[in-house]
Structures are given as C-alpha cells and as structure tokens.
Design a protein. Structure first.
Length: 304
C-alpha cells in the first residue's frame, strides 16, 4: 500500500513538473529598442550577421565583428575585406531570398528597408534598424550593436578613441571667434544644384571642424538651391564629393556660374574635392572627415 501511494505521489509530481515545463515559452532572449523605437528580441549572441548598409558595415568591422559578418550589399566597399563577404543585393534593393539563404541570426538594416524588415521578421530573423544623422546618434548605434553582439568593451574603446580625436580638433578651433569662422559651401550635387542643410550629417562635420555651413539655416537636409543664393552668401571655401570630377573641371564650371566670379572661394581657388564615402557615411571614419575638413578650413592651425 505504501509503495503504491509513493508511486502515485511520484507520478503526480513528475506530471506536474512536465506540465509546467510544457507551459514555459521558448527562451525569451534580450529585448532591445533600436533607433526606430522598435522592440527587438535577440536570442543569444549573434554569430551570423548581415549588414544592409555601408555605414552599418563599417560600424560592424570597426567593432571587430569581421568574422561574424556573412553578408553585405554591393555598395559596402569599406573596409576592403567587406567585399569578400556574400553579396545580398543593393543598398536600396536587398534580396530577401539571398538573405534567407545565408541563414543569419541578425540583420542590421536602415530606415530605407521598411518593406524588407517585416518580411524578414515574419521568417523569424531578428532585424535591428540602425541609422544615424548626428554623431551622438552614431555613438548610440555603435553602443547598441556592440551590446547585442557581446562586444561592449570594444564598442566603448572605439567610441572613446573617436571622441578623443573629435575633442582634439575642437580644442584647436575653440578660440576662433564666430565672425572669423570659415564660411563653407558643400555642393552635394551640381545639376540640380543641391547643398547640405541643417539636418544633414555633413552640417555637423563642418561645425565640429570649426566651420560655418552657409546653408545651416535651411531645414531640408539636402535643399535644392540656386547659384545666385550661393553667391549672395559668399563662401570662403567650397567642398564637393569627388564623384563630380576633377577639381580643375569643377573650378571652371563654378567660375562660369552667375555671380560666382566674386565668390571668395572661387577667387582664391579654395575649392576641394573630398571623399563622399568618408564624409557621408555615419561610421568610425567620420573622425577622419572632421580632421580633414578642419585642416582644409584652418591650414595654419593644423599644420602645427
């Protein structure tokens, strides 16, 4: 009798434990909030990562995630090692099929991928939307990616190094009075003529380098402007992405624009081609852009 009772108690106990186990959900994982305000569940430490934007690729490599990156877009050209990874399509048109084939456990997307994100999530793939329009947001995105990939110390070290280099530039330009700061025109595109406005990443680069963006008062990130407006604002220096052509060709073109013959930057041939990738991508190389811009703005100060 005692054995039967003991057996029944044991059986009921095991059944209860089994029932509780069945009712438990799958491992929940860590829930993080990405830069679009979405809550994303990350299960474990991602070992197979796909980046859908050049900036996120540069951030990932900067954090030392080289071996974990299995896929990038055809526009992810830096560092050179990125081009050795699997290609999942273009920045604006990644292939869902190619992404799925690579079996990632994390995809780093941008706001441009509003159609791809829900489709990938429906397939059980974790997607983190990471995009920055300011240096502060860039540091936040780097901290987030470092956290979910388990490389927080590397992330903190990289951010500290970048901040130190930015601070070094800021220290050198700190004593320049506002009225003596270089007036900068950044030509995003020539036809139609476009520049960088208040919310553009390049506007902050110019500011951190000690310059004054002549279109910083315009709300649009990349406003279409007229040649006359540029002439009226009298920039001391002009920067343009190197995909526009050679400096000599651009200088000839700019000299022929209405009123530009009296623009200080044109008169003094203070027109410079810069790397579009370095200046336009929110990534670790942004400090190079700030340092390069500062050296162009104030060669006497940064020649020391």
């Amino acid at each position: 009798m005692k054995k039967s009772l003991l057996f029944m108690v044991l059986l009921l106990t095991l059944s209860f434990i089994f029932a509780i186990g069945c009712e438990q959900p799958e491992e929940a994982g860590d829930v993080v909030t990405d830069q679009m305000g979405r809550e994303v569940t990350i299960k474990g430490v991602p070992e197979r990562i796909i980046s859908l934007s050049p900036s996120n690729t540069e951030v990932s490599f900067g954090l030392g995630l080289d071996e974990r990156i299995i896929g990038v877009t055809e526009y992810c050209n830096y560092p050179p090692e990125a081009q050795e990874k699997g290609i999942v399509g273009g920045f604006a048109s990644p292939s869902i099929e190619k992404i799925v084939e690579l079996e990632p456990d994390l995809v780093l997307a941008s706001t441009i991928h509003d159609e791809e994100v829900p489709r990938l999530e429906e397939m059980g793939i974790a997607v983190l939307v990471v995009e920055s329009s300011r240096v502060e947001e860039l540091f936040e995105s780097m901290t987030l990616v470092a956290k979910v990939t388990g490389v927080e110390e590397a992330g903190a070290a990289l951010i500290n190094s970048m901040q130190e280099r930015i601070d070094a530039v800021q220290d050198k330009v700190a004593d320049i009075e506002p009225e003596n700061r270089v007036q900068v025109f950044y030509e995003v595109y020539s036809d139609p003529l476009m520049s960088a406005g208040k919310g553009a990443f390049i506007n902050e680069i110019i500011s951190l380098a000690g310059g004054e963006n002549i279109f910083a008062d315009v709300e649009d990130n990349y406003p279409q402007i007229s040649a006359e407006e540029v002439a009226d604002r009298q920039p001391d220096i002009i920067l343009f992405p190197d995909y526009h052509g050679t400096s000599a060709t651009v200088l000839d073109e700019m000299s022929g624009r209405p009123g530009w013959e009296s623009v200080p930057a044109v008169e003094n041939e203070n027109i410079h081609a810069i790397s579009d990738d370095i200046f336009a991508r929110p990534g670790p190389r942004i400090v190079e852009a700030i340092e390069e811009a500062a050296a162009l703005f104030y060669p006497d100060i940064f020649a020391e």
